[in-house]
Design a protein around this ligand. Structure first.
Ligand code: NIG
Ligand code: FE
Length: 420
């Protein structure tokens, strides 16, 4: 076993192994580990240990079986019996924006609806104005603060959408900010959501705007700014025909797609997205049987967003029982954004997914780890096993079901990111 650990050099081609310095070994011991590595169950290891080599897990198992590491171990950490889980994955956020929408929140509490506010020129458009007015450094500083809060709450990978720039350069700025955030430690996947709303300069010309987005996408992609493409398919946003053009462009670039679908009405978005083998369909409160069948056939993840459901005082529940029955994988994310989900606690979303959407605690925790990673097309994280990324969250909890039980106060002691 020691030999194996000595020679473990993840991710390097064979010729490079001899020349490259051996990655640093770290040992994490005396933890109750929830691996989530099998298709069901928590995968609990009562007194577990993990050996990491650089950014990867080299060994995981009961501490009593821990191989002798000798000088190979550079650091040992005794976790004192704390709970260790895969780092959480927040697979749907709109983290980069200027301003806030607290005033609209007050209007909604007085009776205005989200759609009323959007049609009156507020909503997404007001955040677009604030985002365009902010410098790239200011956007970075704001988003970095939000990202730190997510990380302090257990998140080690985050998806970040654009969608508040809505011009070639403003969208590029937001995507550059997201890429820059990815160099600060937390894993970042970027998503172009240029088809989020119609910018004022294209008023009455939605098809022209979609044509522009289809022209811009290859350029953002060529600049290395885009990992996936999203759109908002809704009566206050874009039609299935318009989204289809955006998806066709994404497909021609080899980029995976996902969709804000059936959030306010059943618009047929999920079926369209499934035709493009979407990674996920997100929100889904108004999803019908045809959409579920299409998602099941395509292996598309159902991304549930209880923060937006709560904040919009929605009463239509996503069809969780039918999704479960169909075997569609369910994920849970914050949907952090200033208009419908200004939260930075993925653990709170795990709680709400259970109480409001009736997920089991295990489903909700899987939703924020292994299924969220799948919704990003990432097979190297979300569960703890040899060769997976060494991204962990350490909790002052005894059992992972408590991630769903406590709410509104942080129990995360630390996040551990790969080799850092
Ligand atoms: O995920 N549904 C569209 N997009 C966001 C909200 C955007 C906003 O209101 O700023 C969402 O809910
Ligand atoms: Fe969203």
């Amino acid at each position: 076993m020691t030999d194996f650990l000595e020679s473990f050099t993840p991710g390097l081609p064979e010729q490079a192994v001899a020349a490259a310095p051996a990655p640093a070994r770290r040992v994490w011991r005396h933890a109750r580990v929830a691996t989530l590595a099998d298709t069901t169950g928590w995968g609990l290891i009562e007194r577990g240990a993990i050996v990491t080599a650089g950014a990867r897990i080299a060994w995981i198992g009961p501490e009593s079986d821990l191989p002798a590491l000798g000088k190979a171990a550079v650091e040992e950490h005794d976790l004192g019996g704390a709970l260790l889980t895969p780092g959480l994955v927040d697979a749907h956020t709109h983290l980069v924006y200027g301003g806030d929408r607290a005033h609209e929140f007050e209007l909604r509490l007085q009776g205005a609806s989200y759609e009323d506010i959007a049609r009156a020129g507020g909503g997404i458009r007001s955040t677009v104005a604030a985002t365009r007015a902010a410098s790239e450094d200011a956007l970075f500083a704001l988003a970095a603060g939000r990202l730190k809060t997510l990380r302090d709450g257990g998140v080690t990978t985050v998806e970040i959408k654009s969608g508040y720039g809505l011009s070639f350069e403003d969208e590029a700025r937001c995507l550059r900010v997201a890429r820059r955030l990815g160099r600060t430690g937390v894993g970042v996947r970027t998503t172009s959501l240029a088809a989020h709303a119609l910018p004022p300069e294209f008023e009455g010309r939605a098809d022209d705007y979609i044509a522009a987005v289809c022209d811009w996408l290859p350029m953002w992609h060529a600049q290395g700014l885009v990992d996936a493409v999203d759109a908002f398919c809704e009566r206050i946003a874009f039609s299935t025909a318009q989204v289809e053009r955006v998806f066709a462009t994404a497909q021609s670039l080899g980029l995976p797609v996902k969709l804000h679908a059936e959030q306010l009405s059943d618009s047929g978005g999920a079926e369209l997205a499934a035709r493009f083998q979407a990674l996920s369909c997100d929100h889904l409160e108004y999803l019908g049987a045809a959409g579920i069948a299409a998602m099941r056939a395509a292996g598309t993840v159902a991304m549930l967003l209880p923060g937006a459901y709560h904040f919009l005082r929605e009463t239509q529940l996503p069809p969780v029982a039918a999704l479960r029955e169909a075997g569609v994988a369910m994920a849970v994310s914050t949907d952090h954004n200033p208009g419908t989900s200004p939260t930075l606690s993925l653990a709170l979303m795990i709680h709400l997914a259970c109480v409001d959407f009736r997920l089991t605690p295990e489903e909700a925790v899987r939703g924020a780890t292994v299924n969220a990673a799948r919704a990003l097309g990432l097979a190297d994280r979300g569960a703890l096993a040899v060769d997976r990324r060494a991204d962990f969250a350490v909790w002052d909890l005894e059992h992972p079901r408590e991630l769903a039980y406590w709410f509104g106060h942080p129990a995360c002691r630390a996040t551990i990111l790969g080799a850092t």
